[in-house]
Ligand binder design. Structure first.
Ligand code: ADP
Ligand code: MG
Length: 697
């Protein structure tokens, strides 16, 4: 392999390349645009575009694309070549500033939740200079935001940038009050840990359910699953090692800090974690990571599954969103300090997060709501659908002592006065090994663990940033007016602990007892996507987004509709796929098998009249019973699908899918899985769970 530092970022138009290639004044203008988000004038943009093009061509590119993240949750791109006609049938390679700064994809087929219908038929993409351009597949990728002409955002990147701006504004107010005169801006940082499955591609191609829906819709439990826990952190198999090596190299070339890789709990399950970076870049990089995982897998004869619950009998895949705030001077605001002053600031920011998670539990749940993730949350493998926060015994103890005005350390009689006393030291290592909490403080960052493996991290971070910005805003409003800063600060901390401590839970989040306890505490528990989504448009949430200029009401409504529609579509596609599999593959297969058994009874009897043929007779009987049930249930499901009224209110439609389609699909699955267990492996039309989960060596 090449030297890693040499290949790292070799396909990225990064700081180093810009400095080397751009004229000094243009480089300065470019840096200003990156740092302050100032618009670039066209003549400067022309120089940047031309330099980018030359660099891209030297590195093998022939095309460019405005790369954006529409509300489908994945990325989109439309490629244009640099070619421009140049007399006499020849061509030159051109790329103008205008093409760099703004693009106009024919975007009428992207979901807009009714936004574009009412405003403008087309959308445009606008360059996001804060995320570096890069080369992939002979194409120069320009990260962009996607808007309608009247300004409504049609993507996930714009609101993410707006939410980062919101938290920057409010955090700066608070930091000023603490006298941090050297700090001029803060940015949120994220490191997402990504789980995935790898299975053999040939087997994958034989499963219509995996091909069409990303998950298995049927499949009997294999003799061995994850019960021995022999896969977790186990030695990595050679084919997987080769895949991971190539994935790392491809990611490094694109400037993604892929860092940790290991086997996860389920067989065939793995994880990749990058080193954290600024949230919007992290979000772009996570999209690239998911995309490359799929591509590189294919090259190795593998299929990468990013579905939240590809197999019923083993753990599904999630994503952990590690989040923090850091200042432009390099200080992590969630790093507890050593002085009373640092402690007070830490506690105040901590309280903002506690209040935000409590006040906006629903938004956090909504940010991870999807048909796929519903199968994982609350299934004793991932956090329940109840949002709660883990702080660790020591930090919880400190907060308790502050609230009650008691001494944290009994030997020292005095209680902690904010801004005067140093907090008792607590150790990072003891703060977190509670893996069951949805939102855990892990020493100097928070780890939100409810995300599904295929989720874009944009949505979650929009919610966290905006909610925390709101709590900081309230704190700043109070503190700016206060006569005695320390006292006001102490009061805010006490009040916050008192009114929001119900969200703190340090016990086992997978325990059923907790769900009951959470209900007693008045925490919300939205077990399914439609239940959660119905709260997206609650007044308090619309107000939040409006106040911080993250979403207009129309933008929230559009997202609400798109998500509901997506849920309904996913379930309908699953239902159609299941029907196709059962009616065209499974029922014909078991019928043939049954005929074989009957033939065998006849043949046996022709040899000996008294042949009992118990196995054959019992199996034929069972197949008949199960296939009759499956057939009848399929007819009912067919009927439900035919009668779906797509003009109906989107929430009702999603609820209908949840309440009527899903249970019926589950029932059909039970019949099919029982059939699988009694059908000859030669006759069964699909690779089994055992085949799929243990296919890669
Ligand atoms: P684990 O959760 O498995 O213990 P680590 O502690 O190694 O994993 O970290 C998980 C992720 O958290 C990594 O992607 C890491 O870069 C990220 N991380 C660490 N510090 C921060 C921070 N200040 N802000 C955001 N993410 C961070
Ligand atoms: Mg983790």
């Amino acid at each position: 392999m090449n030297n890693v530092p040499d290949i790292f970022g070799s396909m990225v138009f990064n700081e180093k390349v810009m400095q080397q290639r751009l004229p000094r004044d243009v480089y300065k203008a470019m840096k200003k645009t990156i740092l302050d988000g100032k618009r670039m004038d066209l003549s400067t943009a022309n120089v940047v575009a031309n330099t980018m093009k030359d660099w891209a061509i030297e590195n093998g590119a022939t095309h460019f694309t405005h790369w954006f993240q529409p509300m489908t949750g994945i990325t989109a791109e439309k490629h244009d070549s640099f070619i421009s006609p140049a007399g006499g049938g020849s061509a030159i390679m051109e790329f103008s500033g205008k093409e760099l700064v703004q693009g106009e994809p024919d975007a009428s087929s992207f979901p807009s939740g009714g936004l574009r219908a009412t405003f403008e038929a087309r959308g445009y993409t606008a360059w996001d200079p804060t995320s570096y351009a890069f080369i992939k597949d002979s194409t120069l990728y320009i990260p962009t935001a996607f808007c309608s002409y009247s300004g409504e955002v049609l993507d996930k990147k714009t609101p993410l940038l707006r939410s980062m701006e919101a938290i920057n504004t409010q955090a700066m107010r608070v930091l000023k009050l603490f006298g941090n005169s050297d700090v001029t801006s803060v940015k949120t940082t994220v490191g997402p840990e990504q789980e995935y499955f790898l299975i053999d591609r040939e087997l994958y191609n034989k499963r219509k359910d995996l091909l069409f829906t990303g998950r298995t819709l049927i499949g009997a439990k294999p003799p061995k699953g994850q019960e021995l826990e022999d896969h977790y952190f186990g030695s990595i198999k050679p084919r997987v090692t080769a895949f991971m090596k190539e994935l790392d190299e491809e990611l490094w070339k694109l400037g993604v800090y892929a860092k940790t890789k290991h086997n996860e709990v389920a067989p065939a399950q793995h994880e990749l974690a990058p080193i954290y970076t600024t949230t919007n870049i992290s979000s772009d990089h996570n999209q690239l990571t998911m995309e490359l995982m799929k591509k590189v897998a294919q090259k190795h004869g593998l299929a990468c599954l990013l579905h939240e619950k590809p197999f019923d009998c083993v753990n599904g895949s999630g994503k952990h969103n590690n989040w923090s705030i850091s200042t432009n001077t390099g200080v992590n605001l969630f790093e507890p300090g050593d002085t009373p002053h640092e402690n007070a600031q830490f506690l105040l920011f901590l309280c903002a997060v506690i209040a935000a998670v409590d006040d906006y539990q629903d938004l956090l749940r909504i940010s991870v709501a999807s048909a796929g993730n519903d199968r994982r949350l609350g299934a004793n493998e991932a956090p329940p659908a109840v949002v709660s926060m883990f702080l660790g015994e020591e930090l919880s103890g400190i907060l308790n002592a502050i609230e009650e005005g008691t001494a944290f350390d009994i030997r020292k009689k005095e209680h902690i006065k904010i801004g005067v006393h140093v907090l008792p030291r607590f150790f990072k290592d003891t703060t977190d090994r509670n893996r069951t909490s949805p939102f855990a403080f892990t020493g100097n960052k928070f780890e939100f663990r409810m995300l599904g493996s295929s989720d874009s991290i944009a949505c979650t971070n929009i919610m966290i940033n905006t909610a925390v910005a709101e709590e900081l805003r309230k704190f700043a409003d109070t503190l700016e007016k206060a006569d005695n800063f320390n006292e006001a600060c102490e009061q805010i901390i006490k009040d916050t602990i008192k009114s929001h401590k119900r969200i703190i839970f340090d016990g086992n989040g997978y325990d059923d007892e907790w769900v009951k306890e959470a209900e007693r505490r008045g925490l919300s528990n939205y077990r399914t996507t439609p239940e959660a989504l119905s709260h997206y448009i609650d007044k308090k949430n619309l107000e939040l987004f409006n106040r911080h200029k993250v979403y207009t009401d129309a933008e929230v409504h559009s997202r609400y509709e798109i998500l509901l529609e997506n849920y309904t579509k996913v379930i309908c596609i699953e239902a159609q796929t299941l029907l196709e599999m059962v009616k065209r593959d499974i029922l014909p297969a078991v019928s043939l098998y049954s005929r074989d058994l009957c033939d065998s009874i006849l043949q046996k009897r022709s040899l000996s009249k008294d042949a009992e043929c118990i196995f054959e007779k019992e199996t034929v009987k069972a197949i008949d019973m199960l296939s009759t049930t499956a057939y009848k249930d399929c007819a009912k499901l067919d009927e439900l699908l035919k009668n779906m009224n797509y003009n109906e209110n989107k929430l009702n439609l999603a609820m209908h899918c949840k309440d009527n389609l899903l249970p019926l699909m589950e029932k059909i699955r039970i019949s099919c899985d029982s059939l699988e267990e009694i059908t000859s492996s030669k006759c069964w039309p699909y690779p089994t769970y055992g085949d799929l989960l243990f296919s890669v060596n």
